[in-house]
Design a binder for this molecule. Sequence first.
Ligand code: FE2
Length: 197
Amino acid sequence: MAFELPALPYPSTALAPHISEETLRFHHGKHHAAYINNLNKLIANTPDAGKTLDDLVRTAEGAIYNNAAQAWNHTFYWQCLAPQDRRGQPEGDLLAAINRDFKSVDGLREAFLAAAAGLFGSGWTWLIQGTDGRLSVENMGNAGNPLTTGRTPLLVCDVWEHAYYIDYRNVRPDYLNGFWTLINWPFVAANLSAGTS
Ligand code: FE2
């Protein structure tokens, strides 16, 4: 069965003004859709056609990996963001883990945004829970994904230029500051729980 483009989990106007409706329409409707269409073409009538997207991210290589991981990463990225009334705050176990590993939420913000600003070229900045339970911030180029190393993704920022060029042109730091205000903290907390259990 072919993969389908998942609907955005909110209206395309929900992240404005930090991420505009025009950006969401292109990023989701063109870029994300293209990765899924390419993946479906690559796996049609092959043994990979029966696999889940998670399986393909963990095991595929080359073009199939690149398109599967880009499909996965974008779905995860949309979920990492939320309309204002669903953004919440870090609390409970998530807040305790952030304070343990980054001193404070501000410490995490500083580490995450500095990493994202410094990523050379196209890629993703992740907050990851390692197999030892500790949190870390890591840049991964192109279609990188922490599942390939058995770790748990908690939060991601798309640092490909197509994520911000319409709204911010080349000023990536302004996109990153806006991104930080849109984070869906209950989603990040749920990922932490899943990785801990
Ligand atoms: Fe993207």
